[in-house]
Design a protein around this ligand. Structure first.
Ligand code: ADP
Ligand code: GN1
Ligand code: MG
Length: 352
């Protein structure tokens, strides 16, 4: 049995999920009448402002809950995350080793996937994220803390890689020279969204910023085109940003024929039908509230987020794997190479 702090009396814990950032456990009670919880050890090295992080999640989930209730939606506890208060009423606890912990109500009977398997499934996913944006379209973004400053600020990510190459802290640069030069060589092309935002061409909105398909919980009893989306999770990065980030990361993560860390680059590539299915669902739901410029920016999102992810993986490799959880020595390099291959495939397939 796992010995973790803050487990309520009568509950036991098992490791759960496969995120790269937080450590997650499912807590079940010996009394089946009691609800199950999801306990997470927050990655404090990444999220320095835990108070701000939990403040954001509380505001965003309260807002979504209120909107769903106004819409008369049933079973709201399965449709939005519910952060759980500890005995002292706070939404997180610090243990004796300086780790921070939080809990959510566990949503039972769900399934999530790494990839969108069919165009129908992709359309369902597109609608799910579009709805998430719609629910948050009247949320006051200025009340959110910027818990990860410049999270998808691509020029900032590029600058970080440039400095890492210069400093070469782990003597790994020689090995990745061609990948690093390739990415740095395309820097200008991928700085345009932040510039368009600065010029007021694209509006800042409250967006998710980590729209991996495995952050969408689906009803385990539904399938195919009837797949029912329950809940968008992993709200740590919900902050002001641009709409193309969310479309971009959903396609990057969910419309890749291969895996994010595929060693066989021949497996990796964009599935164009999945991409089209997602956009169709997304546009259906967001019609009316996105500006013309935002709609025009959507096809660039997947390239931008894939490029940026390659930059981030390579940067972390050069820095000695301090950010992403790795399973073997070259894991981040393998990930960066797979993202570059995916980007090349998007370059040739996404023409708009
Ligand atoms: P990470 O930031 O590490 O990706 P997540 O918040 O996405 O962490 O949680 C990890 C996994 O736990 C998810 O992929 C999902 O399978 C599961 N999960 C998260 N929240 C819930 C919940 N409230 N109910 C059921 N499962 C959940
Ligand atoms: C992280 O938390 P998770 O595993 O859903 C990362 C994302 C990356 C992703 C790459 C806070 O997402 O930005 O795209 O890994 N989250 C954070 O797999 O950095
Ligand atoms: Mg996650």
């Amino acid at each position: 049995m796992l010995n973790l702090p803050f487990i309520p009396a009568g509950y036991s814990a098992v490791p759960f999920g496969n995120g790269l950032i937080n450590k997650t456990y499912k807590l079940t009670s010996e009394n089946p009448q009691n609800p199950a919880y999801l306990l997470q050890k927050i990655n404090h090295a990444i999220f320095r402002d835990v108070e701000g992080l939990q403040h954001n999640i509380k505001l965003v989930t309260d807002h979504i809950r209120r909107k769903l209730s106004e819409q008369g939606v049933a079973d709201i506890k399965r449709r939005v995350l519910t952060p759980v208060e500890f005995d002292d009423k706070s939404l997180y606890q610090k243990d004796g080793d300086g780790n921070f912990w939080r809990m959510f109500l566990f949503i039972e009977n769900t399934i999530s996937h790494e990839r969108m398997d069919t165009p129908e499934m992709a359309k369902v996913a597109g609608r799910a994220f579009g709805n998430f944006h719609k629910l948050l379209s009247d949320f006051p973004g200025e009340t959110l803390c910027e818990v990860l400053p410049g999270f998808h600020n691509t020029p900032m990510r590029i600058e970080s890689l440039r400095n890492r190459v210069k400093e070469n802290p782990c003597r790994r640069y020689e090995e990745v020279k061609s990948e690093a030069q390739y990415l740095l060589g395309r820097a200008e092309e991928f700085s345009k969204i932040v510039e368009m935002g600065r010029e007021g061409i694209l509006p800042l909105r409250v967006v998710h910023q980590d729209t991996k398909f495995n952050n969408v919980l689906l009803d385990a009893n539904s399938a195919g085109a009837e797949t029912e989306v329950l809940c968008i999770i992993d709200l740590d990065t919900v902050m002001p940003g641009y709409i193309c980030y969310d479309v971009g990361d959903a396609i990057r993560s969910g419309a890749n024929r291969g895996k994010e860390d595929d060693k066989n680059l021949d497996n990796v590539g964009l599935d164009l039908d999945i991409y089209k299915g997602f956009l169709k669902g997304f546009k259906e739901v967001t019609e009316g509230f996105l500006t013309h410029e935002e709609l025009e920016s959507l096809p660039f999102g997947p390239k931008l987020l894939t490029y940026e992810q390659a930059v981030r993986f390579l940067d972390d490799y050069l820095n000695g794997d301090k950010y992403y959880r790795v399973e073997y020595e070259k894991h981040n390099l393998i990930r960066a190479r797979a993202q570059i291959r995916l980007l090349e495939s998007m370059d040739s397939l996404i023409t708009a």
